[in-house]
Design a protein. Sequence first.
Length: 204
Amino acid sequence: MEDEVLQQAKSAPADRETDGPLDESEANPVRPYVDLGGIKILPREGLQLRLEVEEGSKRVVAVGLDYAGSTLQVQPFAAPRSTGLWHEIRQQIAEQIAKQGGTTKLTAGVFGPELLAEIPANAPGQPGSKRLARFVGVDGPRWFLRGVIAGDGVVDPEAAAKIEDLFRSIVVVRGSSPMPPRDLIPLQMPKTGAQVQPNPSETV
């Protein structure tokens, strides 16, 4: 029973409501966010934005952010009001990576529990090569935000602090329409003139 309660507990930094990732109701409405539907991103110097698009449906399934030598892939999901998703989803990610022949280690990060993963890269001409990634997650009010960090932000503390700050600056726009938990909150191309590169989806 205790395990079940822990599984359903919310996982988020103690200062999430002030320092982010923020709910739309907590964000400063006058800040110049790039509106991507389910999330808003605060533009900053050197930030490159990519939308990851599902081949068949042309649906935007993730947002990729390249910043300070790291990449951050983010996805917002609908969640129950009183319980969290991250503890359960984290276990499923670990199982999925194990099936691919990779390994994961549970670590404590600035957002709470996170997974440090070694994933087989299957790079041409480099048999046995692996890529490192950090899987982070935050349970908010009626939403869950997942992030996958790769590049310098996995191995270098200074780069990690920059990419963590970027993750914190994200605003989640859950909307009021009913959605089943775990459904991806719809993402879209920005209405502003932001430079965005559509990419075929490669979500883990």
